[in-house]
Design a protein around this ligand. Structure first.
Ligand code: FES
Ligand code: FES
Length: 163
C-alpha cells in the first residue's frame, strides 16, 4: 500500500492508503475532516472542493496518493487564528447560504477565484463558480458575498496604511 505524506490544514499526516482511495474519503474518513461534504458521485456539484496547493479542486476527483507531498486546505483550515477568513465573514454577512451544504466548497472555490482575479465582475464570479452548485439557488447572495470579500481583501492592512 502506498504511503503518503500530506499537509492538511497546517498539520502533516503520514498514512498508508489504498491506491484507489479518493482524497475526499481520506479527508473525511481518515482525518475526520467532515466539513468537506460529498454531494454527488459524478464530480458535478463542487461540494467537496478543497484547496490543493492553493488551487481549488473537487476532492472526489482526486486520489489520495496524488496529494503526496502537497498541501491541502479544507474549510476547517480557514480562520483557525480565531478570526474568520474575509470570505467566511462575507458569506455570513450577506446571508450567502441557506442549508449550507454547498458553502464549504463555495467558499474555497471563491478564495481561489480571487487568487486569480482580485476584482472580478459579477459575470466573472458567476463564471468562476459554475462548477459549484447550490440547490437552494442562493446565487445572488453568493455573488454579493464574493464581491464584498474581494473589496475587503484588496484593502491594504491597517499597519500598511498607518504612517
Ligand atoms: S461530491 Fe465532489 S463534485 Fe460532488
Ligand atoms: S445553501 Fe443549500 S445547497 Fe447551497
Amino acid at each position: 500500500m502506498p504511503r503518503i505524506r500530506v499537509e492538511v490544514d497546517g498539520v502533516t499526516y503520514e498514512d498508508d492508503v489504498e491506491p484507489r482511495l479518493l482524497l475526499v474519503h481520506y479527508l473525511r474518513d481518515r482525518l475526520g475532516k467532515v466539513g468537506t461534504p460529498i454531494g454527488c458521485d459524478t464530480t458535478n456539484c463542487g461540494a467537496c472542493t478543497v484547496l490543493f496547493d492553493g488551487m481549488s479542486v473537487k476532492s472526489c476527483s482526486v486520489l489520495a496518493v496524488q496529494a503526496d507531498g502537497r498541501g491541502i486546505t479544507t474549510v476547517e483550515g480557514l480562520g483557525t487564528d480565531g478570526t474568520n477568513h474575509p470570505m467566511q465573514r462575507a458569506f455570513h454577512e450577506e446571508h450567502a447560504l441557506q442549508c449550507g451544504f454547498c458553502t464549504p466548497g463555495m467558499i474555497l472555490a471563491s478564495i481561489d477565484l480571487l487568487r486569480e482575479n482580485a476584482d472580478p465582475s459579477e459575470e466573472e464570479i458567476r463564471e468562476g463558480l459554475e462548477g459549484n452548485l447550490c440547490r437552494c439557488t442562493g446565487y445572488q447572495n453568493i455573488v454579493r458575498a464574493v464581491r464584498k470579500a474581494a473589496d475587503e481583501m484588496r484593502q491594504p492592512a491597517q499597519s500598511e496604511v498607518a504612517p
